[in-house]
Design a protein around this ligand. Structure first.
Ligand SMILES: [Zn+2]
Length: 417
């Protein structure tokens, strides 16, 4: 494979520094190099600096490289989406209409729609059908500059289908350019056949599903929907601790619809991240900052459900590391556009353009344990790179609703443009 030399970038936003969650002022430090340059070889980043510096090191080898002229362009790390439900069957556009006619998310779920409808369609789909549908979504992620994606099960809610979803993600991680990091989420909802027998479902989850998932190494994380009408904080804790015993790192959908102690629980069980947090209490946020739990905020979901977004600004000011994500799912956020999510992070959560970019790269990588490999442009990391058809990082958030991706490289292979 020929080396690649990307040179003359108007701005090269490296996000360089320690591979750890960025908080407070560090969330604004993009490590921008003007007239920046990087050398890629064997899928890895070999050198980063000004174009003049790289001329000195690699000038003599220029003829053996593919040279990419990034004059007038912004270059960033590939974006990281740390929270998706990407591997699902079917589609729910009719519910979108129902919501516009006045139904709430919980109305639809209680009527057998929502997660239950997708569960039905995911159970019915073959593994190959799920592969085909999920591939289309992953292709769309790549087209929007996203090179690493977390994906959750949780549309099976029975052993067989949960495993099917995780196997689909495993196969896609091996065959699709995107790194797809799997999370088990049997705790996404109580399946309808267990209505009124919630704790019996949790028994199955804890005694059958989690051991199988851990045994076959099908997931890195274990996530639960802690919400009024879904799982209580006590039930959520049981599920998360059972997974932790088996080596699955806790994540938690917390305080999305009502303030329910989810943020507090995230801190208590040592979750790597807590998700949504629209209604998180001040005390919960303080405990998250203290425990180093990353807040994974999903402003596209808030927009889609016409809810007020999470208090991203206040969380950063309280010392919480904030990551952002599409929440790509068929009900409350059917999008693959991380650029849109960065725009919304600025508009509806008052992050600065620089903070939004850190939230979509390094902090996202930290939220899924990928910070040693991706999330910044530094020597030794995977060459996951995006060249944007704009010249600076402010424009990325300012010119909204448009896909500015020009080219994407994944592990040094050009996959877009
Ligand atoms: Zn979610």
């Amino acid at each position: 494979m020929k080396p690649i030399w990307i040179k003359n970038a108007a701005q090269l936003a490296t996000i360089s520094g320690a591979n750890k969650p960025r908080t407070r002022e560090a969330m604004s430090d993009l490590g921008v190099i003007e007239n920046g340059s990087l050398w890629i070889e064997n899928g890895k980043i070999m050198a980063v600096g000004s174009t003049a510096e790289l001329e000195r090191i690699y000038g003599e080898r220029a003829s053996e490289a593919n040279i990419v002229d990034a004059t007038g362009r912004l270059v960033t790390p590939g974006l990281v989406d740390p929270h998706t439900h990407v591997a699902y069957g079917g589609s729910r556009e009719r519910e979108f209409e129902m919501r516009l006619e006045g139904a709430t998310y919980m109305d639809i779920m209680n009527a057998g729609g929502g997660i239950h409808a997708t569960t039905r369609m995911t159970r019915e789909a073959t593994e190959d059908e799920l592969i085909e549908q999920t591939t289309r979504r992953l292709d769309s992620f790549l087209a929007h500059g996203v090179t690493t994606v977390e994906g959750k099960s949780g549309y099976g809610l029975d052993l067989e289908t949960e495993i099917k979803q995780l196997r689909v993600m495993k196969r896609l991680n091996e065959t699709h350019p995107i790194d797809l990091i799997p999370t088990f989420m049997g705790g996404h909802a109580v399946p309808r056949e267990y209505k009124g027998r919630e704790d019996e479902y949790i028994d199955v989850l804890v005694n059958d599903m989690l051991p199988k998932v851990a045994d076959e190494e099908l997931a890195v994380f274990n996530d639960v929907f802690c919400e009024v009408g879904v799982f209580t904080p006590e039930q959520s804790e049981r599920i998360l601790l059972a997974g932790k015993e088996l080596g699955l790192v806790p994540k938690i959908h917390a305080d999305e619809i009502e303030s329910y102690g989810g943020a507090e629980l995230a801190a208590k069980v040592g979750a790597i991240s807590a998700e949504h947090l629209l209604k998180a209490s001040d005390e919960g946020v303080r405990l998250m900052a203290e425990a180093g739990v990353i807040a994974c905020l999903l402003p596209a979901t808030a927009l889609y459900l016409r809810e007020e977004a999470a208090q991203g600004r206040a969380m950063i000011d309280a010392g919480v590391a904030v990551a952002i994500s599409t929440d790509c799912n068929p009900g409350s956020s059917p999008t693959t556009s991380m650029p849109l999510v960065m725009n919304l992070a600025c508009i509806s959560m008052r992050l600065t353009p620089a903070e939004a970019l850190v939230a979509a790269t390094m902090n996202g990588a930290c939220a899924i344990g990928m910070e040693e490999k991706v999330g910044s442009i530094e020597v030794g990391k995977q060459a996951d790179i995006v060249m944007w058809h704009i010249s600076n990082y402010q424009e990325l958030q300012y010119l909204f609703g448009v896909n500015h991706v020009q080219s994407v490289w994944k592990k040094g292979v050009q996959v877009v443009g």
